[in-house]
Structures are given as structure tokens and as C-alpha cells.
Design a protein around this ligand. Sequence first.
Ligand code: SF4
Length: 143
Amino acid sequence: MRPLELPQPPAWMTGALCAQTDPEEFYPEKGGSTAAAKRICQACDVRVVCLAYALDRGERHGIWGGVSERDRRAMTAEQRRNHPNSRPNTRAGQPADPLVDAEIMRLTHAGHSARAIATELGITHRRVQRARARNRPAQEVAA
Ligand code: SF4
């Protein structure tokens, strides 16, 4: 019998500063302070992709990218208000997230393949392709 294969964490998590600190700071009790975790996030090199990852997956708990669950809910609600017709693109039913798209396009312009980007961000290859299609420059579309 083959051993159970667990999903690999996305590559960016190797740069997570929180992995070197007390994880409890990032999951405070209700009403507890989030200040210490947010301070750590401000110094973290992977903050943008971390937040994009959490928004894309609809993470409900903890501090991700320096943003609390309450603030992420507000960001998602604002996104829905501003783009009411955007199609959900994840299992969590979140609308397309501009932060995730921006990170996908940044990595695309840096020459990374769609598969490498998917692995790096912990998202599907198809999600990368959709973001690329959404963000294709107008002249490329017309050509
Ligand atoms: S931004 Fe914050 S939560 Fe995200 S990996 Fe860095 S330290 Fe951890």
C-alpha cells in the first residue's frame, strides 16, 4: 500500500516569518490583541502573497498578511460591492481577487510559467490562466 500523500504547502510559505514565532499570536482568542501578529507581518517578505492567498481561499481564521479575519471580510464585501458581476473562482466562492491577480501578473512578467506560479501561490493552474486572461492588455486582445 502506498503511503498517504499530503498536499505540499505553497512554496512562498518557506519565507513566512510567523513560522519562526509563536503561532498563538496569529490566532488570538475572541477580543484578544492582534497587534503583535500584525507587527510581525509588516516585516515579513511574503506579506502580499500571504494576504492574497488568504483572500483567495476565504480563510476565516487568524491573521494573514497583517490583516485580521474581520478586515478580510470587509475587503471581500467591498470587492463584491465594486464588482457585483465577478464570478466566484474558488471553492470558497470568493470573487476574483485583485491582489491575487496582481501577484499572478507580477510573476508572469518576471517570466514564471503558469504551473510554477500555481505551485508558488498554492492555487490551481486554471486559476492562473483565468487571471492572465482577465488581465491581458487590450492591444493583445485586439491583435
Ligand atoms: S505575512 Fe504574517 S501571516 Fe503571512 S506569512 Fe508573513 S508573518 Fe505569516
